[in-house]
Design a binder for this molecule. Structure first.
Ligand code: GLU
Length: 314
């Protein structure tokens, strides 16, 4: 891994922070702290329709309350649209990206990739000639797709191990800008990771399949890719992914219920196998115990008595 280590906390301001976010962010901060690295805070508000400033404020408050401190930022994505546009134009000029006029309907019924992978885009618009592109552009504002090369579909993950797939199994060419002009998460996140010189990306395992797409962007832009650590998802006791609707497991609600921040940190560290029994601890105290090897590879279930356990530790 390149040093000094630079990691980022990259919440989307579309809801309050929940235990699942705190779990991922804890590993991210610990990975930096154990190596004397820096933590950046990036508010991923590129999807302006879903982002809300009050969630950005609340997330910062909740992170600080938990003791998950950052050294730089917050940086926001929304003012960086001119940068994303510049990169998009460069990718198109070099032939790595092309306009795609396919509608959702055109793409319906495409066979899914084997093993439940994403249905691959079959490249319908990749080889249109200029005249056809110009004619179609009169009728419809196209999405822009990036060509996904096979070389981007292999990487070593610090938690999940070797990832090897074909470009088709990874969904094929993918949208970097939607027809309505909104930049896709894939482009914004890779350009930010590149410009902000991130050396290690720590995030939930649900984003493992996004990595080939982001690696493709690094390859085309000639930038060294970061290392990736995809941490297992934290599931509710019934096995469902934690989401915004789990109000009672939001950091805000736990705080309002009188739970101490060290109780949450120590509880998560115990779930992740860093300490043998749950006990209240601050982030700094956990740094010596941290190692990627300790973290499970498969999803982790919250115990049914989570709120009671947290109350006991507070
Ligand atoms: N903003 C994304 C999310 O909240 C995380 C993106 C990333 O870590 O790459 O799910």
């Amino acid at each position: 891994m390149r040093s000094p280590v630079r990691v980022r906390l990259a919440p989307s301001p579309t809801g309050y922070l929940h235990l699942g976010n705190a779990w991922t962010f804890l590993w991210c901060v610990l990975a930096a702290r154990t190596q004397g690295g820096a933590v950046l805070l990036r508010i991923e508000d590129v999807d302006t329709a879903r982002s809300r400033p009050h969630f950005a404020d609340a997330i910062q408050e909740d992170l600080a309350w938990l003791g998950l401190a950052w050294d730089e930022g917050p940086y926001f994505q929304s003012p960086r649209v001119p940068r994303y546009t510049e990169i998009l134009h460069a990718l198109m000029a070099r032939g790595h990206a092309y306009p795609c006029f396919c509608s959702r309907k055109d793409l319906q019924g495409l066979a899914s990739a084997p093993h439940g992978g994403l249905p691959a885009y079959p490249g319908i618009c990749r080889h249109l000639d200029d005249a056809t592109r110009a004619r179609k552009a009169q009728e419809k504002s196209p999405a822009i797709r990036l060509i996904l090369p096979e070389s981007a579909c292999t990487f070593e993950d610090l938690v999940q191990g070797a990832f090897r797939a074909s470009a088709a199994a990874c969904g094929g060419d993918f949208a970097v800008r939607r027809g309505d002009g909104l930049f896709a998460y894939q482009l914004a996140v890779a350009v930010d990771d590149m410009d902000q010189k991130i050396t290690l990306v720590v995030r939930g395992a649900d984003l493992l399949d996004s990595t080939p797409r982001q690696q493709a962007l690094f390859q085309y832009l000639g930038a060294p890719p970061p290392c990736w650590a995809h941490v297992p998802l934290l599931l509710d006791p019934s096995g469902e992914r934690l989401a915004k609707r789990h109000q009672s497991l939001s950091v805000r609600a736990l705080r309002a219920a009188g739970i101490a921040p060290q109780a949450i940190v120590g509880f998560l560290a115990w779930l992740g196998g860093l300490i043998p029994t749950p006990q209240p601890l601050c982030v700094e105290a956990l740094a010596p115990a941290f190692s990627w090897q300790r973290l499970p590879h498969t999803p982790v279930h919250l115990p049914a008595h989570t709120p009671a356990l947290l109350a006991k530790l507070s």
